[in-house]
Design a binder for this molecule. Structure first.
Ligand code: UD1
Length: 365
């Protein structure tokens, strides 16, 4: 078998490629890692490579930040010669970021020449909200892929409803949970709680970075005031995403951060430790909805909808009323945390730490 190329570009990709690379290595298969450089700094990239034990990328495209068009185009331009030189048997793309779509698109045009196929890990998730850049990336990447590897049965149903033939779809489970279960013992050794000054199960964690919540002044104000309302009941730790930090400064909303315990973006293990120790979580991240479900920690999602409905039906996730308002979010937070110790719920099927084995099985079969 020729090489399997894996693409990673942005923070939420790193915990998905790490277990797949490890599994390829375990089976003696040749894995080639391409980092597009969509996320590039220590806090958003380097710390994840270190803590998730991801080898140095074979190719680093160094594309950096830019508008969607600029970023996507730069990735495509830089990726094409790398793909041609490596001519792998498979290109494995994960998630829904610009790097996912850009590299899938380049590969699809060279599929015949290079006899190369595309596998999409985390296929089939749908928010049905085309205003989200991630929804565009997801749908188009799925259309371009030969093999659609899904994390949950609802994702298989979405793909079937779009007319994608069943032989291209494979339910493999959630590969992020492979990283979570692998990292949890080390995370529980971290001292991040005492460094921030909070005690286990006596604080909440919040994250905010979606354009719909942070880009416009009005939405950012509503979201931060909502977190402030929760902070009157329980300390709220907010690791600040760079996008949100820029927006807070641009709109001069610094005073709305005053009620919150603001810290810089955290590395993988510190964030896992913080989520694991939290009484409740408030987030607009997709990955954190999944991680809290796996950890059994109540989660309130500050979004209009979720492409991960299994975290609501079988997990610990609640959608807050949209758009976020202080009374709405506070009520949702109280409801979610009053629902008892969710930790006793079984994890969704395939969220068992073995998704990377099933992914590699699907690729080699
Ligand atoms: C991207 C993904 C989003 C994912 C998120 C996780 C797309 C369309 N969006 O959004 O799905 O949930 O990553 O973080 O691909 N920046 C830094 N350092 C970095 C990278 C970015 O400071 O290493 C700053 C820059 O100011 C940049 C801003 O963050 O302009 C936004 O980064 P960008 O990659 O455009 O998108 P995200 O909002 O992070």
């Amino acid at each position: 078998m020729r090489a399997v190329m894996l693409i990673a570009g942005a923070r939420p990709n790193f915990m998905k490629v790490a277990p797949i690379l490890r599994e390829l290595k375990r089976r003696g298969l040749d894995g080639v890692l391409v980092h597009t450089g969509q996320h590039y700094d220590t806090a958003m990239s380097d710390v994840f490579f270190r803590e998730l034990d991801i080898p140095t990328p074979d190719h680093h495209l160094g594309v950096g930040s830019g508008s969607h068009a600029v970023q996507t185009a730069r990735i495509m331009e830089a990726f094409e010669p790398v793909l041609m030189a490596e001519a792998p048997e498979w290109v494995v793309v994960v998630g829904d970021v610009n790097s996912t779509l850009a590299t899938a698109l380049v590969t699809s045009k060279l599929r015949e020449d290079l006899r190369c196929r595309i596998a999409h890990v985390e296929a089939g998730l749908r928010s049905h909200d085309w205003r989200m850049p991630e929804e565009v990336n997801r749908v188009l990447t799925d259309r371009l892929s030969d093999l659609l590897l899904t994390p949950s049965p609802d994702a298989c149903a979405n793909l079937a409803a779009e007319g994608i033939p069943g032989e291209r779809i494979r339910f493999v489970g959630n590969v992020m949970i492979d990283s979570l279960l692998h990292g949890l013992p080390a995370a529980r050794e971290r001292t991040v709680l005492s460094a921030i000054g909070v005690e286990r199960k006596k604080y909440a964690v919040a994250t905010l970075h979606r354009p719909a919540n942070v880009d416009a002044k009005e939405s950012l104000t509503g979201a931060l005031r909502s977190l402030g309302a929760v902070a009157r009941e329980v300390p709220v730790v907010l690791p600040l995403h760079p996008r949100t930090a820029v927006a807070v400064a641009a709109h001069r909303l610094e005073s709305l951060l005053d009620p919150l315990l603001v810290v810089e973006s955290l590395g993988y293990l510190d964030m896992l430790a913080l989520l694991d120790g939290a009484l409740g979580v408030l987030t607009d991240s997709g990955g954190i909805q999944e991680e809290t479900t796996a950890l059994g920690v109540p989660c309130v999602t500050l979004r209009e909808e979720t492409e991960r409905p299994i975290t609501i039906t079988q997990g610990t996730n609640w959608l807050a009323p949209w758009p976020p308002t202080p009374p709405g979010v506070l009520a949702a937070y109280r409801m979610a945390t009053a629902s008892g110790n969710s930790g006793s719920k079984p994890r969704p099927e395939g969220w068992d730490g073995k998704a990377s084995e099933r992914i590699v099985d699907a690729i080699v079969s």
